[in-house]
Design a protein around this ligand. Structure first.
Ligand SMILES: NC(=O)c1ccc[n+]([C@@H]2O[C@H](COP(=O)([O-])OP(=O)(O)OC[C@H]3O[C@@H](n4cnc5c(N)ncnc54)[C@H](OP(=O)(O)O)[C@@H]3O)[C@@H](O)[C@H]2O)c1
Length: 243
């Protein structure tokens, strides 16, 4: 992807941060977006080909202004996302709204704004295995990712020939998102963020529709197409409750 101009949201930590560093090392110009300016400035200090852009993707007006000012892009990786782990009733309506604004509304708005700069380019949404299989104790998150999968694959057909759209659906990754007490017992099953970033960039360089990285996740994704979703949800409920 050397010489390409690529936008990455959620660039300040985890998967987005690792993807930005790999892209910069490979010679791409990276537009790195997130809210935490200090993290973005650190990235830009290390890599002169990373442009820091402070952007709260849940602020619709800011997203519109940002997209309107963009020149042509070769690719965009819409990776920013948040979750809430625990019983649905322990959270709040405000937290639900923030989750839906960040994981759903922001990506829909960004897709609309990025259509022009991405002519003949590639648009990748970062979904989740939680978009394929219902996740009890991450019910709102799982719902937002299921939305994203359908949205991405529908858009892929509408925009065929103009923008190549795909959805990348990883399983658990060791990042800030999973660094919470409720998931500590699952730590041994989490993937290394660098390995997942490599898979994300390989998928971005392709024209694929949907990618699930990792052998075990691929097997689970295949199984999820034949096992009733209610069974899968029951199994996931037990795994999370016992973790
Ligand atoms: N970790 C996992 O197990 C896992 C599994 C499957 C899928 N995923 C998906 O992978 C993606 C990256 O997650 P991660 O694990 O790397 O999590 P992470 O380390 O918590 O990173 C999340 C990124 O999203 C950004 N972000 C959150 N809210 C934002 C907002 N309103 N505006 C702009 N940026 C915002 C954060 O930046 P600021 O806070 O600086 O804004 C941060 O850079 C997410 O879409 C997640 O759902 C993660």
């Amino acid at each position: 992807m050397s010489g390409q101009r690529i936008l990455v949201t959620g660039a300040s930590s985890g998967l987005g941060h690792a993807a930005c560093e790999r892209l910069a090392e490979g010679g791409a110009t990276v537009l790195a977006c997130a809210r935490r300016e200090d993290r973005l400035l650190e990235l830009a200090k290390r890599w002169p080909n990373i442009e820091p852009h402070v952007l709260d993707v849940s602020d619709g007006g800011a997203v519109d202004r940002f997209c309107a000012a963009l020149g042509p892009l070769d690719a965009a990786i819409l990776n920013a996302g948040v979750t809430e782990v625990g019983p649905f009733t322990d959270s709040s309506a405000e937290r639900d709204a923030q989750l839906i604004a960040t994981n759903v509304s922001a990506n829909v708005r960004l897709a609309r704004g990025l259509r022009r700069p991405l002519q003949d380019g590639r648009l990748v949404f970062v979904g989740s295995m939680g978009g394929l299989v219902p996740l009890p104790y991450q019910a709102v998150y799982s719902g937002t990712k299921a939305f994203l999968h359908h949205f991405a694959l529908a858009l892929r057909e509408e925009w065929a020939g103009d923008v190549s759209v795909g959805v990348f659906a990883p399983g658990g990754i060791r990042t800030e998102m999973t660094d919470v007490a409720a998931l500590k017992k699952l730590d041994g099953q989490l993937a290394d963020v660098g390995d997942v970033a490599d898979a994300l960039l390989a998928f971005t360089a392709s024209t694929g529709a949907l990618s699930v990285p990792g052998g075990t996740n691929k097997a689970a994704a295949t199984l999820s197409r034949v096992v009733p979703r209610s069974w899968a949800a029951k199994l996931m409920e037990r795994i999370y409750r016992e973790s």
